[in-house]
Design a protein around this ligand. Structure first.
Ligand SMILES: [Ca+2]
Length: 344
């Protein structure tokens, strides 16, 4: 794969000298290559050397030796407004054979903004919906959550936001402000913490990151209210406090975060676990951070790369996608980008 990227740089003959210099600067900073002209990509996945992306406006894209976009045909139109749109993406475990993936997207029904989880299949260059796993997840212009990942137990885990109604996060009957656990056929797993319910953990404000350690412990990142962003250790059935507590505040029956940002803003989104560290994409911080799991702290791995939405690790490289064109950033001509960063 590395050779593909080096070739990409070598073949970029139509770029101006300025861009070449920029690329050289980036190479010297450890950004060896990247993909340009993505449009607010929300999630990134990798299978056999091909990167797959969701773009918030509703396009699927992939990159092997060039960037391509595919049509996505869904039974309900994507509602791309504010923070909503086409968000999470998880490739099925048997993706190479089945060409199946799971998506999370915002839609409208009866005058309401909602989110749902669907199964899609890539065939003849078109992604088509093949099933709806879960619908009617409360949505809003803001706080839609949106991460979808397959856990080590083969279940789908989904983060949902409070949809602008904080009290829903404490309501176990509501799908808002939760981390959900779903069978890949859309049914409720029998061993979920609350019988008959998709709810895996609750009291979340706007969680957007999920990652598991090699031992199978789940972590999540969460946007706090005006700073107080969180990294949480997620255990089934527990209450993570929103909107009752945040930061160092304490309440009976509510979990405190492993880390919080205090008065700083990370705006943490996608995350990945690698070599005993959690790497977290930070939108507001415009950086990639790593967090030590045993509480020794957090460091900035890569800064000044723009609003980072999500990231993955492959072969000792981080691949991170920017969201500089999401209306809150300061985009340059080649945005949005996938940046490749060598891990030390
Ligand atoms: Ca919390």
């Amino acid at each position: 794969m590395l050779s593909t990227f080096l070739m990409l740089i070598a073949c970029s003959s139509n770029e101006s000298n300025m861009n070449s210099n920029k690329q050289q600067d980036k190479k010297e900073q450890g950004e060896e290559a990247y993909v340009e002209n993505l449009n607010v990509p929300w999630e990134i996945s990798l299978s056999e050397g091909t990167f797959y992306y969701t773009e918030r406006s509703g396009k699927m894209a992939n990159f092997k030796d060039r960037l391509e976009r595919q049509v996505l045909q869904l039974s309900k139109p994507i509602h791309s407004d504010g923070e909503g749109g086409l968000l999470g993406l998880a490739l099925a475990e048997d993706f190479l054979e089945s060409q199946t993936a799971f998506l999370y997207h915002t839609y409208r029904n009866d005058g309401k903004t909602l989110n749902r989880v669907v199964k899609v299949q890539l065939k003849g260059g078109v992604w088509r919906e093949t099933g709806e796993l879960l619908a009617n997840i409360p949505g809003s212009q803001f706080h839609n959550g949106g991460r979808v990942k397959l856990g080590p137990d083969g279940m789908l885990y989904v983060t949902t936001g409070d949809a602008g109604e904080p009290e829903l996060a404490q309501d176990k009957e509501s799908l808002a402000g939760k981390i959900l656990r779903i069978n890949v056929d859309g049914s409720v797993p029998e061993d979920n913490p609350f019988s008959g319910s998709y709810v895996y953990s609750y009291g979340h404000r706007n969680p957007q990151g999920l990652a598991w350690t090699d031992e199978g412990q789940l972590f999540s990142s969460e946007h706090g209210q005006s700073a107080h962003d969180e990294i949480n250790v997620i255990k089934p059935g527990l209450n993570y406090g929103w909107p009752v507590i945040e930061g160092d505040e304490v309440a009976d029956g509510m979990e405190q975060p492993l880390y919080h940002s205090g008065n700083d803003t990370w705006a943490p989104s996608g995350m990945v676990f690698h070599h005993d560290q959690l790497y977290v994409a930070c939108l507001g911080g415009e950086e990639i951070r790593s967090f030590q799991l045993k509480g020794q702290g957090t460091i900035v791995v890569k800064e000044e790369i723009g609003r980072v939405r999500s990231l993955i690790v492959d072969d000792e490289y981080l691949f991170a996608i920017t969201n500089n064109k999401d209306g809150r950033g300061d985009p340059v001509e080649e945005d949005d980008r996938m940046i490749k960063v060598k891990l030390e």
